[in-house]
Design a binder for this molecule. Structure first.
Ligand code: NAP
Length: 246
């Protein structure tokens, strides 16, 4: 389905990004696994893909840094000649109640989750415009739609990602580039790993499909949006949340 496409996935050393890289490689894409702190984990993802017969490269870049993103995109464009798919998946949380939230906790989350996506779209879209084709997929969250107590910074960043997605979709549509967002609900990764079992059980009981999701279930949605079969879909937010928000 993604044969010979070049896919760049930010934050692919762990969790959802890792699952997307593995799945897109299974579907024939050559994947660039971006990481920031987890080099060993990124190498493990690369090894797993190569051992399964796929093609994978790793690249360190802090998506919160404008200049680093510029260099990242410049280097991969020079190396591969094209970028067909960009998945802006890198994300962090710094939860806390609004009244006690530090300015730094607010800024850091916005810098990685929202500005990171802007930086990568800013540079990758130039190459996609030249190609007159491309697929951009941004990882939002259900809380960007519904809000969540204790996550004002994170929810604001994800609501911003949705606005960014729709604006980019309108700007880039005439050049054959689609831009969509995925809004996962609670997915079992390191990000939700700190939750206590009783909290997870409480969350699961409020999800119509009754369980937390797996990273692979988000990866399948990302692969579809990246495929030729999704060519008439742009500016949308696809919820992968077991029915949490509808
Ligand atoms: P995770 O397991 O904590 O992994 C986060 C990934 O982001 C890691 O690969 C990490 O790389 C990377 N990352 C963090 N800061 C970065 C930076 N400055 N530059 C480049 N990469 C950076 O998280 P996850 O649960 O897979 O979440 C992935 C995405 O889905 C995030 O955008 C998250 O907000 C969103 N999401 C997750 C859930 C959920 O329930 N898990 C729900 C809704 C939305 P290093 O370790 O190499 O630094």
């Amino acid at each position: 389905m993604l044969k010979d496409k070049t896919a760049v996935i930010t934050g692919a050393s762990r969790g959802i990004g890792r699952a997307i890289a593995v799945h897109m490689a299974e579907l024939g894409a050559q994947v660039v696994i971006n990481y920031n702190g987890s080099e060993e984990k990124a190498k493990e993802v690369q090894k797993e893909i190569i051992e399964a017969g796929g093609r994978a490269h790793i690249y360190k870049c802090n998506v919160a840094d404008f200049k680093e993103c510029e260099n990242f995109v410049k280097e991969i464009t020079a190396k591969f000649g094209r970028i067909d798919i960009l998945v802006n998946n890198a994300g962090i949380t710094k939860d806390g109640l609004l009244m006690s939230m530090s300015e730094e906790a607010f800024d850091q989350v916005l810098r990685v989750n929202l500005k990171g996506a802007f930086h990568m779209i800013r540079f990758v879209s130039r190459q996609m415009l030249k190609q007159k084709s491309g697929r951009i997929i941004n990882m939002a969250s259900v809380v960007g739609v519904s809000g969540n107590a204790g996550q004002a910074n994170y929810a604001a960043s994800k609501a911003g990602v949705i606005g960014l997605t729709k604006s980019a979709a309108k700007e880039l549509a005439s050049r054959g580039i689609t831009v969509n967002a995925i809004a996962p609900g609670y997915i079992s990764t390191d990000m939700t790993g700190q939750l206590k079992d009783e909290v997870k059980a409480q969350i699961a009981s409020a999800i119509p499909l009754g369980t937390l999701g797996d990273p692979e279930q988000v990866a399948y949605a990302a692969a579809f949006l990246a495929s030729d079969q999704a060519s008439y879909i742009t500016g949308q937010v696809l919820h992968v949340d077991g029915g949490m928000v509808m």
